[in-house]
Design a protein around this ligand. Structure first.
Ligand code: NAD
Length: 495
């Protein structure tokens, strides 16, 4: 059984805690690895290594930091296929989705290569007579990232490049479901030439997370995961005086107006609802079909669903893989059952799709005539289930989004520029798509939702990410007029 260890102080660090957990291949149901789970002492060792490295790393020139970040970027790009294989083997998503995730992660490394821009600060000459004022941004110290299973490479890359390029050192706690791909990425980080301790990886569960959130040398915590844990992380970390950005779950709506391009909207709904088996925080889980478009839209979505190939993510023909765990698969199935019981119209029932073997597969589902009191609407399902709520008007669609507790992404499909423009204003969500179902911002903007999708006040990566990982210092300077110097400096006197 493959042992999966920590990476502390630049080297593989076997665990002494005696605690482990199994890692599975979701496509077969077979155990593929044995993951160590950190004790408090092991977390402390990782933080101590990061703290030691911070002293010199924070003094390292921007030029050197940038050069190493370039090396890292190139190594990840060169090893993309190998990382994608590791990722698919433990997550289950199809290889093209793994490759896409790595490419989006690389964007964040590239952004960090231009860290000099974000650290430039500001300067005002002659704020008062003979007085200048300037602002610099300095790193915080040791920072931590606690990441979810669904993007085991991309989400750590939302955090690490900007944090490290800004002069911080980092302790990553990846998801215990698919730890091998982020661990490989951390090895490449070492290979890129970063000093030991700049990035440490501790494998673990709640024990490790709790210790990171209370450790006095950890100055900031970035978290991405489910809403209850995001809320917990924010409360616990702020209680220990840390900066926190904690991104939570989602329930993203896509409004389709009667004038929408039907093919575009149906393609978008299918890829956004079922891509990566719906295990994406920016997945579309609700289509708000306005007026007469509902019937033809449902037919167009159903037609496309029937053509989807579901299978092992390593098979190039597969377009969708299994869910992450057996429990997850059973949970998704239970929502389809409850939708039937609660009076919805299950147009396509993913439970009816049969699969060979013991993988955690389920077919894709489409549920029509969903109302806001049903479980399949109220909860984040995090699986390949698309609910359709029929709306009489644009305003009904907008109100659905407004009244939903989450506010990660929201999209509209229309050919009317005025309607699209109004939606940008009205949408009660942090990221909005106009004829784009999954509006994940590029690396030079920042990512984050509203309401129960983000706790804390700074979104992730891009300029906001750098702001999160740095603190401002304002320096006010006065120098007397050199002509008044007691030593003759060669300046003409005022007389
Ligand atoms: P999760 O909340 O179960 O786990 C996330 C991390 O928290 C993991 O590292 C895990 O080890 C740790 N953790 C879990 N339980 C804990 C506890 N009781 N105490 C301390 N730490 C704990 O999330 P997940 O299942 O890995 O990921 C899926 C969720 O993440 C979904 O809700 C999805 O919407 C969300 N997500 C959100 C975004 C976003 O940007 N908003 C992005 C990706 C995923």
């Amino acid at each position: 059984m493959k042992p999966i260890q920590h990476l502390i102080d630049g080297a593989t660090a076997p665990s002494t805690s005696g605690n482990t957990t199994a890692v599975f291949n979701p496509a077969t149901g077979d155990q593929s690895g044995e993951l160590v789970l950190a004790s408090v002492e092991e977390v402390d060792a990782a933080v101590a290594s990061a703290q030691k490295a911070f002293n010199s790393w924070s003094q390292t020139s921007i030029a050197t930091r940038t050069k190493l970040m370039f090396n890292f970027r190139n190594l990840v790009a060169e090893h993309a296929e190998e990382i994608a294989q590791l990722l698919t083997a433990e997550h289950g998503k199809v290889l093209s989705d793994s490759a896409g995730e790595i490419a989006r992660g690389i964007e964040n490394i590239e952004y960090a290569c231009s860290i000099a821009d974000d650290l430039r600060g500001a300067y005002n000459a002659s704020a008062s007579t003979g007085v200048d004022v300037h602002t610099v941004r300095q790193p915080l110290g040791v920072v931590t990232g606690i990441t979810p299973f669904n993007f085991p490479v991309m989400v750590p890359l939302w955090m690490i490049p900007n944090a490290v390029a800004a002069g911080n050192t980092f302790v990553l706690k990846p998801s215990e479901r698919d730890p091998s791909a982020p661990l490989r990425m951390a090895e490449l980080f070492q290979e890129a030439g970063f000093p030991p301790g700049v990035l440490n990886v501790v494998q673990g569960d709640k024990v490790a997370v709790d210790r990171l959130l209370e450790h006095p040398d950890v100055k900031a915590a970035s978290f991405v995961g489910s809403t209850p844990i995001a809320k917990y992380v924010q409360e616990r970390a702020t209680a220990h005086g840390k900066r926190v950005q904690a991104l939570g779950g989602a329930k993203n709506h896509m409004i389709v107006l009667p004038d929408a391009n039907l093919d575009l909207a149906a393609d978008a709904a299918v890829s956004a609802a079922y891509g990566s088996a719906g295990e994406r925080c920016m997945a579309i889980s609700v289509v708000a079909a306005v007026g007469d478009i509902a019937e033809p839209l449902l037919a167009a979505i159903k037609e496309r669903m029937e053509k989807l190939t579901i299978g092992d993510g390593t098979d190039p023909l597969s377009e969708m893989g299994p869910l992450i765990t057996k429990e997850s698969r059973d949970r998704v199935a239970s929502y389809i059952g409850s939708a039937v019981d609660q009076g919805a119209d299950v147009v396509v029932d993913g439970r009816e799709h049969s699969f060979d073997g013991d993988g955690y597969f389920i077919g894709v589902s489409l549920i029509d005539k969903v109302t806001t009191d049903m479980d399949c609407y109220r909860d984040e399902i995090f699986g390949p289930v698309l609910s359709v709520v029929r709306c009489a008007s644009y305003q009904e669609g907008v109100d659905l989004i407004k009244n939903n507790p989450w506010g990660n992404g929201a999209a509209i499909f229309t050919q009317n520029g005025g309607a699209a423009r109004k939606f940008q204003e009205d949408a009660d969500a942090g990221m909005v798509g106009i004829n784009v179902p999954v509006p994940v911002p590029v690396g030079y903007h920042s990512f984050g939702g509203w309401k129960d999708s983000l706790f804390g006040d700074t979104t992730m990566y891009g300029p906001e990410g750098v702001r999160f990982y740095t603190k401002a210092k304002v320096i006010t300077t006065r120098w007397p007029d050199p002509a008044t110097s007691k030593v003759d400096l060669g300046f003409p006197t005022n007389q």
